[in-house]
Design a protein around this ligand. Structure first.
Ligand code: PAF
Length: 283
């Protein structure tokens, strides 16, 4: 496995692989790799001939009041995890490599970036779309892998790829959960033990919502209220940011739960903002 810090290095490693006809897979990450990331790496390894993992805590997707400084950074451990999984190249640039000057160009996916998490993080998805564009241009992968936990991010990136004609297939892999049901996230590390136990209620609340929908297809408002009650009972320290039922394609609110519906939620525990979602398909 090669670890590249510079853009020219990663290009000189990926270029010959592409020229020899290899299918290139990219797994973009911010490091602090966990089983969720490893499932993406394994999916890329199964589909592609040459796997690149990027590890970059992207400053432009954090607002000034957010957790950029304390976001976990464990490069040596991450490199070992990638090596053990047969990754070909890890691209781990410094911020100055990705942003040598104050950038004047941004990629903003209108509408989709302003709803759900975009309401409380208005600059976040523009930071994500811009850095993913840069990573696509640097690595030029055939496929890129993202987790379904960040569902809104995946919808935005798919739309960006379509609007800007990137020749990249976006593969979205299922959320990986801890035994308690808690969706794997690097931000789970911020939670003290008691809140980590409470945070498992996010998945429990989603499942309760799903059962209700399957049983009786109630109006969305009733599902949302039941989820809020579940969270208030089982995660009393959690401050709900939103609970919504949306269309998984365009993230528009869905009232009729007889349709295919994505239940999405975001809850804050102190400085940790956790998100989760569950897709309820028609049975
Ligand atoms: O999902 C993430 O870890 C990040 O948002 C991404 C896609 C690597 C962009 O920085």
């Amino acid at each position: 496995m090669n670890a590249a810090r510079k853009i020219e290095e990663v290009r000189s490693l990926v270029g010959p692989a592409r020229q020899s006809g290899k299918l290139i897979g990219l797994v973009p990450t911010m490091g602090a790799l966990h089983r969720g990331h490893f499932s993406l790496i394994e999916a890329a390894g199964a589909d592609c001939d040459f796997v690149v993992v990027s590890i970059f805590v992207n400053p432009t997707q954090f607002a000034p009041n957010e957790d950029l400084a304390k976001y976990p950074r464990r490069l040596e451990q991450d490199l070992a995890g990638c090596r053990a999984r047969g990754v070909d190249v890890v691209f781990a640039p410094e911020p100055e490599t990705m942003y040598p000057d104050e950038p004047l160009t941004e990629v903003r996916v209108k509408g989709l970036s302003e709803t759900l998490c975009g309401r409380s993080r208005p600059t976040h998805f523009t930071g994500v779309a811009t850095v993913v564009t840069k990573l696509f241009n640097i690595v030029q992968p055939d496929r890129a892998y993202f987790g379904a936990k960040d569902f809104q991010q995946a919808v935005i990136i798919r739309r960006m790829v379509r609007d800007l004609n990137f020749p990249v297939d976006i593969v979205v892999c299922p959320t990986v959960r801890e035994e308690s049901g808690l969706a794997m996230s690097s931000r789970n590390d911020y939670l003290p033990a008691d809140q980590r136990r409470q945070a498992a209620a996010l998945a429990g609340a989603l499942r309760a919502g799903e059962e209700m929908i399957r049983r009786e297809h109630p109006p969305a408002g009733e599902v949302i209220s039941a989820i809020r009650v579940h969270l208030a009972e089982h995660a009393p320290d959690g401050m709900i940011d939103y609970v919504q039922t949306v269309d998984p394609e365009d993230l528009a609110d869905v009232e009729n739960t007889g349709e295919r519906v994505l239940i999405v939620l975001a809850v804050r525990f102190g400085g940790a903002r956790l998100i989760d979602n569950l897709l309820v398909e028609k049975s």
